[in-house]
Design a protein around this ligand. Structure first.
Ligand code: NDP
Length: 283
């Protein structure tokens, strides 16, 4: 009982006692942002630009990256470059980090945000797809982080990892995707310990997002999920603020933190509530 009360009090203290965000801390910051051509990544590119950052954007589609770059320059980015690459290639992470170093001369924030396309439906046994998705959503994050860590250690920088509620609490129709997001929590949680033990001042921020109104997410979940989608530009800002204030975790919307904290206390009731948000008949 005592331990439980102390735990709740510590959680409440941490919840209210957060660093306040100072936009000046991002002015001139050197940022490498993945998955920057659409969705939340595109919105992050625009926020970083308004705060005066120097940015390298990456994703596969060059035409979209060029458009995002042009808008970033209009919005006030100090410098913007882009490099089209495919994170299913094991060589891509090293190429992209080297490009960013060459263009920016260092790195303050590495934002890992891209995801490979995956169906939103019941598991049908496609192990090969899971293998590919692990490469794009997980192994490329590990490789990007490994290539950038020595540089982030020099700048006392931030490693920002975009995850999902589905990377903390299991949900239906997301088997492979969920596995890749749980893997991020395990890997980067362990790495956070090791950095602290080695007294390396690199902060790791894991961002847990709910349903966000990006084109792809809305299209996939239509008629299948009874949840409101939250705005992508707000999600993007929450991620950037969390990284800049060196938060351990970011929850957007905020109430996901309660869901995550309670997840292990009432597992049966939790699963019934989760299933009630999904339409089983339309998949
Ligand atoms: P989008 O599908 O809109 O964007 C995905 C980005 O990844 C695009 O820029 C895409 O560009 C890029 N990408 C896709 N495949 C590859 C690849 N093989 N190599 C390199 N880049 C690739 O996703 P969201 O904006 O919705 O999601 C962003 C993050 O937020 C993800 O980590 C996701 O898990 C997380 N999230 C999103 C939620 C939502 O409801 N939207 C909910 C919870 C978490 P291109 O096709 O040009 O390569």
């Amino acid at each position: 009982k005592v331990l439980c009360t102390v735990g709740i009090l510590a959680g409440l203290l941490a919840f209210f006692w957060r660093d306040t965000f100072n936009p000046d801390s991002i002015s001139g910051a050197r940022v490498l942002l993945t998955g920057a051509s659409t969705g939340i990544g595109e919105q992050m590119a625009y926020h970083y630009s308004k705060f005066g950052a120097e940015i390298v954007l990456t994703a596969r589609r060059e035409t979209l990256l060029r458009k995002v770059m042009e808008k970033c320059l209009q919005l006030g980015a100090k410098k913007v470059f882009y490099i089209p690459d495919d994170m299913s290639s094991p060589q891509a992470p090293e190429r992209v980090v080297q490009f960013a170093l060459q263009k920016l001369g260092g790195l303050d924030h590495l934002v890992l945000n891209h995801i490979g396309s995956t169906p939103f439906r019941m598991w049908e046994g496609d192990v090969e797809h899971t293998r590919w998705l692990l490469q794009v959503n997980f192994l490329s994050y590990v490789a990007l982080a490994s290539a950038a860590l020595p540089i982030l250690a020099e700048s006392k920088g931030s490693l920002i990892v975009v995850s999902s509620l589905t990377g903390k609490v299991s949900t239906p129709f997301t088997t492979s995707y969920s596995a890749t997001k749980f893997a991020l929590d395990g890997f980067f949680g362990s790495l956070r310990h090791e950095l602290a033990m080695q007294k390396q001042d690199v902060c790791i921020t894991l961002c847990i997002l709910g349903l966000i109104n990006t084109e792809v997410a809305l299209e996939k979940t239509r008629d299948k999920v009874y949840l409101s989608a939250y705005p992508a530009d707000e999600a993007a800002l929450a991620i950037i603020q969390g990284g800049a204030t060196r938060a351990r975790e970011v929850f957007y919307p905020w109430w996901l933190e309660l869901v995550c904290r309670l997840r292990d206390w009432f597992p049966d009731q939790r699963d019934v509530v989760i299933q009630s948000f999904y339409n089983y008949t339309s998949t």
